[in-house]
Write a protein that binds this ligand. Structure first.
Ligand code: WTA
Length: 638
């Protein structure tokens, strides 16, 4: 057994876990009282599996809890210390945030946005992004933020699915010193979408844009509205946002989160996991376009009235020291990032972080993918100087907030590099076998959540049936996240990757089915199979196998066309590292592509006798496909 790390912050509340274990509903009832409610709830949990409503009858507003509640004591406190990629910086206080949010709420109202309407937001990492989100929340509109790396085709699908009549974007955003022309992408996305009535354009960059009758400048609109706007009193289950995420089908799913339960989950986990104090400077490197940014850049820190750093650009721009120079400049005390970023920093060598003063740090966190123990130890030693606990937080877009993590703000337990330790209080998690029975310690099985929790998704947007089948049908009354895990003798959880065809490329969630349907929509392609293979920095990278239509032959041009198609139809982050052109794919007798086999081949693993590999495989065909593909890979690689 590897050595454990006993780094405590001295916070111990043994009663909290006891209370949570004895009655999770009344436990969460108490936690919800940390927020400001307009009216108290009548029922803590209404559970009609698999649909949960938390704090039924209570009314609340997310923007009120993020901003108004701090005005008496903290209106002059910095909410956001913003660092632009180009070196520009801005400080926005809680008072200024509230006044901007009220004004933008009035802008949205003036554009006809009403409670329950959806608003699509496609902005770079600038303070106006959380301002726009909180303005939606203030008036009861549901925001749907799209990561600014997504393509016009992806945006179009999401705008149509959510039926957003208003889109908020910017003329451009900076990425690695270049301007990404976001407004042009939106123009393309909404070309044929007539129900989009208005596009609000923030001027972040200097590039010229074409202005149509739908377009209005952010600054013009803000100049013409008042800065008074009361927060709507919304039902606890009022939909706060839709966030699209990859699943195992061709189209992304709209994960729908509510208000009161979600905020309760975030408030409590932020306190327990990050041990947040009024004096802390928090820095989460996630882009707000992903769930980590929604939960732990926008909502959780603001609920606590915390000060946080928000960084606009690439972590290694203009050079490999950028992150450490930000940490030093702002005296960051709590740093939350991804294993992919850490692997990259580790590769750059210790001299770079060692030449900065990182002594303000007191707590470190990671999220989004399994962290390799070597990287964990490097983070602990080189960045945390062996004095900061590391929280390895496991959760998903669907869970809303952390479900497994060390909780230094609540208790001190020895840390093991690579383990998320234990579930948060009030959530019962197990590792089970195919039949749903708990497996013995140290045995790999399926992770399941056995009771509802406040941050859980309400449903999938417009698709209750899919919500039931994807998450709640494998085991009765248990939530199925699609992750393998094991629990060791000490009851610590180790997350072991996905059970399905979802990839994590540099921490970004990408479904293979979405990629395959994009590739086969190229007119020359007959079939395609995509899989992930391990990568030193990105965790996983994408490999695509492509079968062309009869009589066609591959070429560099075709390879580029397929890559470009993925960029245009999905996003640059989804482009394969390698495309292999093959004449057939290994399949089972029922015609299912044997991805596991392809993954083995792409990984250069020795593929022995295929007859033992999979049920009902057409052995001879599969063997010949395997031989053929191995031969083509050798040829491709040189
Ligand atoms: C993976 C990101 C191991 C997991 C917040 C999960 C992790 C998926 C961890 C959700 C972790 C997330 N250790 N794996 N600490 N955190 N994952 O929706 O496979 O982008 O199901 O949410 O990321 O990804 P999502």
């Amino acid at each position: 057994m590897d050595k454990t790390y006993d780094i405590g912050l001295g916070n111990i509340d043994v009663n909290l876990r006891k209370k949570a274990d004895s009655d999770f509903v009344s436990f969460w009832d108490d936690e919800a009282k940390n927020l400001s409610w307009f009216s108290h709830w009548e029922k803590t949990l209404d559970w009609h599996p698999p649909f949960a409503k938390w704090f039924v009858g209570g009314t609340i507003n997310a923007s009120y809890n993020a901003l108004d509640v701090h005005q008496k004591t903290k209106s002059g406190k910095s909410a956001i210390l913003w660092e632009g990629e180009d070196g520009e910086s801005r400080v926005i206080t809680y008072g200024e945030m509230l006044s901007q949010v009220k004004k933008f709420s009035n802008v949205l109202k003036s554009l006809g946005v009403k409670k329950g309407d959806r608003v699509t937001i496609y902005l770079p990492m600038v303070p106006e992004l959380p301002i726009a989100m909180l303005a939606c929340a203030r008036i009861g509109a549901t925001h749907t933020v799209i990561f600014s790396g997504f393509s016009a085709a992806s945006i179009k699908d999401r705008i149509i699915d959510s039926h957003s009549k208003v889109v908020v974007t910017a003329n451009g955003g900076y990425r690695r010193g270049k301007i990404v022309k976001l407004k042009e992408v939106i123009d393309e996305a909404i070309k044929d979408v007539n129900f989009v009535k208005h596009v609000v354009v923030l001027e972040r960059t200097k590039n010229e844009i074409s202005i149509s009758s739908k377009d209005k400048l952010w600054s013009d609109l803000m100049n013409n509205v008042s800065d008074s706007c009361d927060a709507e009193k919304l039902d606890s289950a009022h939909p706060l946002y839709i966030l699209y995420t990859s699943g195992t089908t061709g189209k992304p799913k709209g994960v729908l989160h509510g208000t009161g339960g979600y905020l309760t989950h975030l408030y409590s986990t932020f306190k327990w996991a990050f041990d947040i104090k009024d004096s802390d400077i928090f820095f989460c490197t996630a882009d707000i376009g992903w769930v980590t940014g929604h939960s732990y850049v926008v909502y959780a820190p603001l609920l606590h009235g915390a000060t946080q750093v928000m960084y606009e650009g690439a972590p290694d721009f203009p050079d490999a020291s950028r992150m450490w120079s930000i940490l030093q400049k702002y005296h960051v005390t709590i740093f939350y990032t991804t294993p992919t970023a850490l692997r990259m920093f580790m590769k750059f060598g210790d001299n770079i972080p060692n030449s900065f003063d990182l002594s303000s740090l007191r707590l470190l966190g990671t999220v989004g993918e399994p962290i390799n123990p070597e990287v964990w130890k490097w983070y602990f030693k080189t960045i945390g100087k062996e004095k900061c606990p590391i929280i390895d937080t496991w959760w998903q877009t669907e869970t809303g907030g952390m479900l497994i993590s060390p909780l230094p703000g609540l208790e001190t337990i020895p840390l093991k590099p690579g383990s998320g330790t234990r579930p948060i209080p009030g959530v019962h998690i197990s590792v089970v076998d195919e039949n749903g029975d708990d497996v013995s310690p140290n045995t790999k099985g399926y992770l399941v959540v056995k009771n509802p929790w406040p941050g859980m998704l309400l449903t999938l947007w417009n698709d209750d049936e899919k919500y039931k089948t994807v998450y709640w049908s494998k085991y009765e009354h248990c939530y199925y996240p699609g992750d393998y895990a094991l629990k060791d003798d000490d009851g610590y959880f180790w997350l072991l990757g996905r059970t399905d065809d979802i990839l994590k490329v540099a921490g970004h969630r990408i479904g293979t089915a979405e990629l395959e349907s994009c590739i086969v929509s190229h007119s020359d392609v007959a079939e395609s199979a995509v899989c992930g293979i391990p990568d030193d920095v990105k965790g996983e990278v994408i490999i695509a196998f492509v079968v062309l239509k009869q009589g066609l032959s591959d070429s560099k041009i075709l390879e580029k066309e397929i890559s470009d198609k993925i960029r245009n139809d999905i996003a640059a982050i989804a482009t394969p590292k390698q495309i292999y052109f093959v004449s057939k794919l290994p399949k089972t007798r029922s015609g299912k592509i044997m991805r596991r086999l392809l993954k083995g081949i792409a990984n250069n693993e020795k593929i022995g006798d295929v007859s033992t590999l999979e049920d009902g495989a057409a052995v001879t065909e599969v063997q010949s496909a395997v031989d053929y593909i191995q031969k083509s890979i050798k040829e491709t690689s040189g």
